[in-house]
Design a protein around this ligand. Structure first.
Ligand code: S3P
Length: 173
């Protein structure tokens, strides 16, 4: 089974977009790309350095630019940065170009995963536990109306393998 459109995975930091995306790309026999990694490669520095050396606005511009360069005619699996769908008209473009899958996780699961991956997210490492939970809760509330426009909303709390299996069922419908 080969999907007819680009597959975009969206969701908050720690939702598992890259892990699930990589598995899905193997199961579907498609290439995988990740907006964060592509931007880091193009800019020659990590996202944290991009934000420190430039600004969040600059990073959001790079995300919009990355999206504008995705070829809608090439079937691939893309994991997008957690904020990408929620700026400019990016969500509209994702929906026009592909099948958009939202990995929806509970705030507790996101907290757990972000806390254990803190070294990979230096911008969040300065936050205390309470501040991080508050950040997750308020940011998800702000972003929910974007994320929930996805074509497929799937519970992302479980294992990568389990989510991969469920998505293969969805995509074969
Ligand atoms: C961000 C999520 C990150 C990265 C950047 C901003 C966000 O991507 O794009 O740090 O605003 O939610 P991941 O969701 O892949 O961690």
């Amino acid at each position: 089974m080969r999907p007819q459109k680009v597959i975009f995975l969206i969701g908050f930091m720690g939702a598992g977009k890259s892990s699930v995306g990589k598995l899905l790309s193997v199961l579907l026999g498609l290439d995988f790309i990740d907006s964060d990694s592509s931007i880091e490669k193009n800019e020659g520095m990590s996202i944290d350095s991009i934000v420190k050396n430039h600004s969040w606005d600059y990073f959001r511009e790079r995300e919009a630019e990355w999206l504008a360069n995705v070829d809608p005619n090439k079937m691939i699996v893309c994991a997008t940065g957690g904020g990408l769908p929620c700026f400019q008209d990016n969500m509209e473009k994702l929906l026009q170009m592909g099948t958009v899958i939202y990995l929806e996780c509970s705030n507790e699961v996101l907290f757990e995963r972000i806390t254990t991956q803190k070294t990979h997210r230096p911008l969040l490492s300065a936050l205390s536990g309470d501040e991080l939970m508050n950040f997750i809760t308020t940011t998800i509330t702000d972003r929910a109306s974007y994320y929930k426009r996805a074509n497929i909303i799937i519970n992302g709390n479980g294992s990568v393998e389990g989510i991969g299996k469920q998505l293969m069922l969805w995509l074969s419908k």
